[in-house]
Design a protein around this ligand. Sequence first.
Ligand SMILES: C=C(O[C@@H]1C=C(C(=O)O)C=C[C@H]1O)C(=O)O
Length: 387
Amino acid sequence: MSTGLATAGGGTTSSLEPVPRWENASFAVAAHSELVVAEGGTPLDVPPGYGPHLTRAVREAFRANGSREDDGSVVCGVVPFDPAGTAELRWVPDVVRTPWEPRAATAGPCPREIPDDPGYRAAVAQALRRIGAGELDKVVLARTLDTPLPGGFSVDGYLDRLAAANPHGWTFAVRTTEGLLTGASPELVAAVDATGLTSHPLAGSRPRRAGQTQPPADLLASAKDRREHALVVDHIAARLAPLVIDLDVPAAPVPTATDSMWHLGTRITGTPRPGVGSLDAALRIHPTPAVSGVPVEAALDLVRTLEPEPRGNYAGLVGWTDAAGNGEWALVLRCALLRPGSARLSAGAGVVAGSTPEAEHAETAAKFATALAALTGDDLPGEAHQP
Ligand SMILES: C=C(O[C@@H]1C=C(C(=O)O)C=C[C@H]1O)C(=O)O
């Protein structure tokens, strides 16, 4: 990806120079075998919501700070799930990119509790009744898990383990007013680079079992999961249409693996119209039905009714854009909000006609496993961690 960002060591890492790591970062993403780190920076003072005022504020930040398109400055941070929330973005004069390799690290034991949650099953049952009554087609319902951090916990060790187990995703750490927001997202909402625009929605999922290298046949064959997936793809294609000169939407999804899950995924690509950047595209489709539902407004209402607490930045956007609009925005998923001594994990699952409370509960438990395994240093019971 050509972004004009500074590359530490000209593509190789000198052992004499301190390599920026997660710990001091105000924003960090490991993706594509590269660690992108920002330290400090100037927070953008933006009002709540993520309408056009947000892209205007980003342009204004580049202007006010005298950014040029190729000077390495970026605006990065997180956009919350709920349109009533407030984005936490910062302008950073230069971001350092280093080739990234995980460091070996070990962690102490941690109680691993994934509680049986009858309340979550009841919420899914209620959503199914609303769907059955024709009020909406899909809603994504999430739950959270608070867990103590193990003794001797190291943020660097945890994030290295998380990134090592999720080399094809976006492993992130962002300092927010709520705590250090971390996670390993498998899902790209929008990227713009010299090759064009990409969005890679995921929907329709199965937990990934031990030793499973091939996707479960029943995922691709499942009419329910294909419908759940198509709702997301159709929505994104329709929303992106005004922003692109052409758009390629593959007819069928492709199974995509993370350390703990299989997902149906569709890689949508296109040529953005002049002036359309990564954040424009991401905000145009956020919150996608992959994390909200269909219709989006009805789903947002039901999420607010059925989920006991606001999502905050979970299911929001995490990423960066440069002044030319090049950048990447992923969903805040498989995440853990770190506070002193504890972590808050969030995970959700799409509910459509044909879903069951038991399967959606199991799906969220499997999604928790990504962050839990990295927090505790335990292996997942799957192939991904076996030699
Ligand atoms: C909501 C989450 O994941 C989303 C929901 C999916 C689904 O319902 O199949 C799949 C991937 C994500 O788009 C989550 O990980 O918390």
